[in-house]
Design a protein. Sequence first.
Length: 202
Amino acid sequence: MTATDSLSTWLCVRGEADWHQAPTLWREPTARDGFRAWCEGPVRQRDPVRANRLLLAHTLARADATRRAPLDFALLATWQREVLGKTEAPFRANDAHAKAGRERYGLTPRTQADFAACLREATDSELPLAARAARAYLDVAFFHPFTDGNARAALLTLVHVLAREDIVLPEVGPLQITRYADDPAGAADLATLIGVLNRRRY
């Protein structure tokens, strides 16, 4: 029996989540870059090569935010080549699976175009920034565009969306909990969590 297409489920949930209730983010500067601290701390302890690759990708993502580069698959692939240490990072060619096979992300002739449309909405000023960052993170997680490293790509995307508007979270570790495609409350909670982390000061 084929598992339900969790990508289709996510696209429905995406339209149902109460994004407008996301908190307003503070633009007060923080001395701590949570992504870099995470790379230099727990990631480096586990795998120094992985940490170095993530830091290179993070530098690119931040630079792309500064120059206001359009958020699209080609941009994500640039970061992902650094993340994976590979010369190519193409869009997946088949259905993808995650969570020990409990979620399946289908692939249709429209998948890449749908993904592009979702990424473009990351700059839609009609929604709070925390909501747009959370939604972009989940878009990458559930479109699952790459054959490997999608969780890292999702986190880099979130960092990029925030950095475009001069927001740097002082901590990113709490963002990395398992998310499910069929959970609209959980999607909204991610935006709330971004607000909580934004208010932490070190």
